[in-house]
Unconditional design. Structure first.
Length: 54
């Protein structure tokens, strides 16, 4: 995965991204947060550290 693709989510933080996805997912299950995002948010992880393929 290119670091450029993940730069903005890493700046915002996984918790903030997950909060937005949870809000969107409340109205549409297609936007519910993925397990990888939940792990990143719980561990304060960075998107650039996720191996390609999640």
């Amino acid at each position: 995965m290119s670091e450029a693709v993940s730069f903005t989510p890493d700046e915002v933080g996984a918790r903030a991204v997950m909060t937005t996805m949870e809000r969107l997912g409340a109205g549409d299950d297609r936007f519910a947060p993925a397990e990888t995002l939940k792990r990143l948010a719980a561990d304060s992880g960075r998107f650039t550290e996720v191996p390609a393929g999640g």
